[in-house]
Design a protein around this ligand. Structure first.
Ligand code: GTP
Ligand code: MG
Length: 279
């Protein structure tokens, strides 16, 4: 029986889920990459608009909040391992709502339980870097508390929200947290890497920018992978076509920064690694 890799692709709105899906699919269809399409993919509608826009050198729209679709891509890796990759596309608000409403709808619970691998997309550039006890004098915290309204206005920091999200997903899937988890494997993709303008290793950057999240991840997973992802390589506009894109084709753009810091234009590698490690 073919291994089924159902990816729990988790990312809030605007992190790059749709563009990564479309670029990944395009690579599978036309390019030399570690993974090859080995049959007819189904349910491509989710990505056809995005593919059309990218071919013209434009970026595509935000996915409607209520949309949830899964596309199934039969793939083989270089060693001949076959898998069905189940790749979702959905409006990222659904992820934000899990945490805000502190409730996991049955549909999402099933997805969490059914997933073989978790891939979390984080766009560091659009996260707020918070003041905390280490960057602000203690008095300022006392001052806020005494204002009385602080409790009502309280909003968790971005990294606290992501930790909360992971805790909710782990709880929904009923994983025991008394020891570190080998499965589901966790891959963190730092998306839109081109915006960050850094030469740091992905894991080091995550550790320095979101230390609490990194500490949570490391204490709960045996070998989390942190990979930089630039699915587009550069910012695209929705209206002004990027000529180079249109001429060379979107598959000529995009790269990943692997955990050891090496850059590779094969954006299918984060998923190829999951297949190589076995199910
Ligand atoms: N610079 C840069 N921008 C990117 C990259 N990938 C995506 N973007 C931009 O980031 C924005 C969000 O990308 P989407 O793929 O629509 O994000 P999403 O996660 O699908 O968002 P929702 O559909 O709202 O859940 C778009 O304006 C993209 O053009 C990248 O690799 N580099
Ligand atoms: Mg989208």
């Amino acid at each position: 029986m073919a291994a089924q890799h159902t990816i729990l692709l988790v990312g809030e709105s605007n992190v790059g889920k749709t563009h990564y899906g479309a670029q990944f699919l395009k690579r599978l269809m036309v390019k030399e990459c570690a993974l090859k399409m080995s049959g007819a993919p189904t349910n491509l509608e989710a990505f056809t608009t995005a593919l059309g826009c990218l071919t013209e050198g434009k970026s595509t729209d935000h996915t409607p909040a209520s949309t949830y679709v899964e596309s199934v891509w039969p793939i083989v890796d270089a060693a001949g391992r076959y898998a069905e990759l189940v790749w979702p596309d959905y409006g990222g608000e659904q992820i934000r709502n899990l945490v805000t409403h502190r409730r996991i709808p049955a549909t999402w619970r099933e997805r969490v339980i059914g997933a073989t691998d978790w891939v979390l997309l984080i766009r560091l550039h659009s996260l707020r870097s918070e003041d905390d006890l280490f960057s602000r004098p203690l008095q300022s915290f006392v001052a806020t508390e005494s204002q009385g309204e602080a409790a009502a206005a309280y909003e968790p920091s971005d990294q606290a929200r992501i930790v909360e999200l992971l805790q909710m997903l782990l709880y929904a899937a009923q994983y025991q947290l008394d020891r570190r988890l080998p499965k589901p494997r966790l891959t963190i993709l730092l998306s839109c890497w081109d915006e960050l303008d850094t030469t740091e290793l992905p894991a080091n950057l995550l550790a320095s920018r979101l230390p609490m999240l990194w500490s949570f991840v490391r204490s709960n997973w045996i070998s989390p992978a942190v990979i930089g992802l630039s699915a587009l390589e550069r910012a695209l506009s929705k209206t002004d076509a990027d000529q180079e894109y249109a001429i060379r084709g979107p598959e000529e753009f995009g790269y990943v920064i692997l955990p050891d810091g090496s850059k590779n234009t094969d954006i299918t590698l984060p998923i190829q690694r999951l297949m190589a490690d076995g199910v």
